[in-house]
Design a binder for this molecule. Sequence first.
Ligand code: 4NP
Length: 151
Amino acid sequence: MKQILFVCLGNICRSPLAEGIAKRIAQEKVLPLRVESAGTSSWHEGEPPCKNSIEIAAKKGVDISTQRSRPVSQHDKHTFDYIVAMDTQNKNDLESKGFQNVYLLGDFGGFEGSDVPDPYYFRGIEGFEKVYTMIETALYDLLEKVENDTI
Ligand code: 4NP
């Protein structure tokens, strides 16, 4: 079974969405995948995802409310086949912590390597809707490549 870890800064806004959406796609397509998420920081360790991420996911029928933030660990290096960063800063931070096989989510789904914007300081839910859609589009492409062993 392939294992994927999604990583952002706080593990409360973006990577929890990626985890929830990837699990939903895996379920839909009956893919044998193990999916988790983590943060490059431990600032929000133990906390649930941010309110807007929970809300936008719920609106799409994805329940992420039981997730809890955790920082990446050394153990993750040996566990996950794919480590997928939400933005370039996350990718650089992971690489400086010695992680290899780090991918950028924006390299999938036609986003030309764009960062998934950090919605932490967004005011309304609209920004989260855009982030949700970007993550979902990129994930369909990524998971298809994982399934077909083309990455
Ligand atoms: P995330 O968003 O990396 O998508 O979980 C953030 C969460 C918290 C902070 C920054 C980004 N923060 O500065 O506390």
